[in-house]
Structures are given as C-alpha cells and as structure tokens.
Design a protein around this ligand. Structure first.
Ligand SMILES: CC(C)(COP(=O)(O)OP(=O)(O)OC[C@H]1O[C@@H](n2cnc3c(N)ncnc32)[C@H](O)[C@@H]1OP(=O)(O)O)[C@@H](O)C(=O)NCCC(=O)NCCS
Length: 227
C-alpha cells in the first residue's frame, strides 16, 4: 500500500480530478441498469411488450427484436442521471475549482496524492440557506481512484472536511448521495452521518428509481450546545 497525503487542490490537478469525477460516476451505470431491469414497470414492458407484439403480429422474430431493442434504451436511461450530473458540475462549481472552492476562507477543495498522482478528492462549500440558524458545510465530489480503494483514503478526506468545518465554527456537515452508491452509504453511516431524508433530483432519476439520500453529521460542539 503506497503512502498518500492530503493537500489543497492546485490547478495542475485538474485533469486528474475531472477523471476521478467522470470515472467515479460512470461506475454506477451498471448498478443503475440492473436496478432499472428489476423494476416492476420495466419487467412489464420487457415481457408484456413482446407478448402483445407476438399476439398481434404472430412473429417471434419481431417480438424478440422488440425485446432486444429495449435493452440499449434502458442502458441510455441508466446512464442519463450520471452523465447529466457530470456535465452539470463541469459547467458549474467544477468549471473553475479554484474560483468556486478556494477563493473564500469558508470553502475548500482537497486532493489525496500518492506517488505523484491524484488518487482522491473532496470539496466543501458553505450551505447557502438563509433560514439556517447556524453555519453548515456541504461535502461534495468525494471520489477515490479504483486502484486505491479500501485504504482509508475516503475516510481521511471526510475527516479533513469535518476538521475544516470545526475550525470554521460550523454546526454540521451535510451531503447528498444515492441509493445506488452502496459503498458511499455504508461509508457515511460508519462514520456517524445520519440520514435526514430523500428525494428525486429530476424526472430521469425518478424514472430509474435513482433516489438522492440526504445526510448530516452534527459536530460535537453543536450537539453539546443543544443539550
Ligand atoms: C465511496 C468511495 C469514495 C470509498 O473510497 P475508499 O477510499 O475505498 O473508502 P475507505 O477505504 O476510506 O473505506 C471506508 C469505509 O467505507 C466502506 N467501504 C469502502 N469500500 C467498501 C466496499 N467495497 N463495500 C462495502 N463497504 C465499503 C467501509 O465501511 C469502509 O470501512 P472499512 O474499510 O473499515 O470496512 C469510493 O468507493 C468511490 O470513489 N466511489 C465512486 C465515487 C462515489 O460514489 N463517491 C461517493 C460520492 S457521494
């Protein structure tokens, strides 16, 4: 296991960071596809569609071709929320990481570096909600290179965000993940994050049952204050 260290993002890291983002999201497409296949409405379409076609046309070939043509359509649906997410963040907060994350003192972006390669990343921005009574930080874009997983890099990146939040007098760290990201779910829960709710980010996500799950980590000082 090669050693790694965590440091602030530099502009020369950009190509690694974009790759980590794209690969980290693309790896969830197969799981989304299988989940989509198992949905009752998909099974009805996959079985009922060809059966109806067979009854109407009497052609097994047509029925089979219809079934097979549905699979690429389902793959497209499974891919869409992930691709849209990457496209959106590359146009918004990650279009200029230095400007978005490193120009104010209450936000930051870190990378984990190992053998002169960027193998992990995470960002943090203050939550922009005027109704909040206390400052909260939101964790974004946690990702670790597939060849460097299970070495505690994600945990170390999250601890870096938690410490940053403490140092900036935040009461909590919040984040969003999804029902497809089982590793991330287990990671956040094992670190003490608590689920606060769930929602669908868009119509496509609803169609493929891709549920956004919201988490919070209350920082000890705020818990103590609330007692
Ligand atoms: C989620 C992710 C960041 C974890 O990175 P990692 O560096 O491998 O995580 P760590 O080594 O710090 O693991 C910490 C804990 O996560 C959980 N975990 C990690 N990999 C796991 C796996 N394959 N299966 C189950 N739990 C897993 C465990 O609780 C683990 O603790 P343990 O090793 O003591 O059992 C990584 O899998 C990843 O980049 N995934 C793709 C991008 C993504 O989904 N990011 C989340 C954005 S919300």
């Amino acid at each position: 296991m090669a050693p790694y260290h965590i440091r602030k993002y530099q502009e020369s890291d950009r190509k690694w960071v974009v790759r980590l983002l794209s690969q980290g999201m693309a790896e969830h497409i197969p799981a989304t596809f299988w989940q989509l296949l198992k949905l009752p409405r998909t099974l009805i379409l996959l079985l009922g569609g060809p059966l109806a076609l067979l009854l109407v046309s009497g052609s097994w070939l047509l029925a089979l071709m219809f079934s097979l043509s549905l699979l690429p359509a389902l793959w497209f649906l499974a891919k869409k929320p992930w691709k849209d997410y990457v496209d959106t963040v590359l146009r918004t907060d990650m279009s200029d990481i230095t400007k978005s994350y490193l120009s104010e003192r209450d936000s930051c972006f870190w990378v984990a570096e190992s053998e002169e390669k960027v193998v992990g990343m995470v960002g943090a921005l203050p939550v922009d909600d005027p109704t909040l009574k206390e400052k909260q930080l939101q964790l974004f874009h946690l990702s670790v290179d597939s060849e460097h997983r299970r070495q505690g890099i994600a945990k170390a990146l999250i601890r870096t965000v938690l410490q940053f939040a403490r140092d900036h007098d935040c009461s909590a760290v919040v984040l969003d993940t999804s029902n497809i990201q089982l590793t991330a779910l287990s990671l956040y829960q094992s670190m003490g994050f608590q689920k606060t709710g769930q929602s669908f980010s868009c119509m496509w996500a609803r169609l493929v049952a891709h549920i956004t799950i919201h988490f919070i980590y209350h920082l000890p000082s705020s818990q103590a204050g609330g007692l």
